[in-house]
Design a binder for this molecule. Structure first.
Ligand code: CUA
Length: 162
């Protein structure tokens, strides 16, 4: 059975397009240094987030002079910590903070309003982002991925204290 000439043409064209799209993503990733989620943060067992060394008691840890690690769990429909009843994430001014964010249910977003921090939070993966907070201020945290009925209310805050 022969494949119709036009059908062959469309098949080839669609293959060329697929290769082109993949090449574009690879090129943008290489040139701009934009990393896919999971490039640096690594994996996590989604069923055992609460037993994980760093996520069993998520929060802010002092790891060096003016440097902090912040572990945050995004879940329907709060950030832990960041949202009530856990309270805001508190960071001293003039510090560098390495955020490690993961989810134990569905895909969420982690955006720090007013900064360029905006990442997906995927179950089973840890998203890492480093931020410098120089001045005392308060920042909102938003979820940018639709995650269920409470998505619109999913928010939190970061208090950068003097
Ligand atoms: Cu979490 Cu939308």
């Amino acid at each position: 059975m022969d494949i119709h000439r036009f059908e062959k043409g469309w098949l080839v064209a669609s293959l060329v397009l697929i290769v082109f799209f993949i090449a574009t993503v690879a090129y943008v990733s290489a040139v701009t240094g934009i990393d896919m989620v999971d490039d640096s943060g690594g994996d996590i067992d989604v069923d055992n987030v609460n037993q994980h060394d760093n996520f069993s008691d998520p929060g802010v840890e002092h790891v060096g002079e003016n440097e902090y690690d912040a572990y945050v769990i995004a879940q329907q429909f709060i950030f832990r910590p960041g949202s009530e009843p856990f309270g805001a994430i508190r960071i001293p001014a003039n510090s560098t903070v390495n955020f490690h964010v993961t989810s134990q249910d569905v895909v969420h977003g982690f955006q720090i309003v007013g900064t360029n921090v905006n990442t997906m939070v995927v179950p089973g993966q840890i998203s890492e982002i480093t931020v410098e907070f120089n001045e005392a201020d308060e920042y909102g945290i938003l979820c940018n991925e639709y995650c269920g009925s409470g998505h619109a209310d999913m928010g939190g805050s970061i208090e950068v204290v003097p």
